[in-house]
Design a protein around this ligand. Structure first.
Ligand code: NAG
Ligand code: NAG
Ligand code: NAG
Ligand code: NAG
Ligand code: NAG
Length: 175
């Protein structure tokens, strides 16, 4: 009865509990599937009250479809939250781009103080303080752009720090 190692690893990774078919219906129904599916089938169905209650394969199919529907509904909810939260990030990033365009104009025209002010008010902190914290605390509890937010904030801080040294130099010369 030696099972292939790959099947064992597969089962260990995805079965919630040790696969013991204490329901004869679950055991028989799962045994009729491919050997690769047996452990997973027994593991997940044995953990579900409706499935352990089932008296035949029809009942198990109903339970499995119902569980799938519940899980899909939960994922749909996460997607809905995520779309809403990412829409907010879209607005934050659009404002940030406008701010950066203004900063470029200020630099080109030598208005470093104004450039710094615009960086502080409309750019620096937008990715992390605006978008990322909102995603972190949001209902989706997923942050697909955490890495990007961090990188963008680092770049904004770097640009701001350079502007600051220039501005310090300019005001020193002015006095
Ligand atoms: C599960 O079913 C298989 C195949 O019918 C059988 O060999 C095995 O003894 C059963 N195991 C349990 C725990 O009922
Ligand atoms: C399982 O069956 C028992 C007895 O028929 C019933 O009381 C219980 O509500 C059922 N549980 C589920 C989850 O279907
Ligand atoms: C499906 O699962 C829900 C709970 O998640 C339960 O209320 C409902 O009765 C189940 N439906 C069937 C057909 O098993
Ligand atoms: C920030 O952006 C808004 C909207 O574009 C603009 O009205 C405001 O002047 C900007 N703030 C600074 C300090 O540049
Ligand atoms: C500061 O001013 C000095 C003298 O004008 C100049 O050599 C230096 O490059 C300036 N540094 C920065 C960061 O602007």
């Amino acid at each position: 009865m030696a099972r292939p190692v790959a099947t064992l690893i597969f089962a260990m990774v995805i079965t919630p509990a040790l696969a013991i078919a204490n329901s004869p219906v679950i055991n028989a129904t799962c045994a009729a599937l491919t050997p690769q599916l047996y452990e997973y089938c027994v593991g997940v169905l044995s953990a579900d009250p409706a499935a352990t209650n089932a008296t035949d394969a029809h009942g198990l199919a109903t339970a499995a479809v119902n569980i799938t529907a519940d899980k899909a509904a939960a994922t749909l909810q996460v997607i809905t939250y995520l779309i809403s939260e990412l829409n907010t990030c879209q607005d934050i990033y659009a404002r940030m781009e406008e701010g950066l365009a203004n900063v470029l104009t200020d630099i080109r025209d030598g208005r470093f103080k104004s450039a710094m002010l615009e960086m502080d008010v409309n750019v620096t902190g937008s990715p992390n303080g605006g978008c990322d914290i909102m995603l972190f605390e949001g209902n989706a509890q997923k942050d697909p752009i955490s890495e990007e937010n961090t990188q963008n904030d680092l770049w904004a801080s770097l640009a701001d720090a350079i502007l600051e040294t220039i501005e310090r130099n300019v005001s020193k010369r002015g006095t």
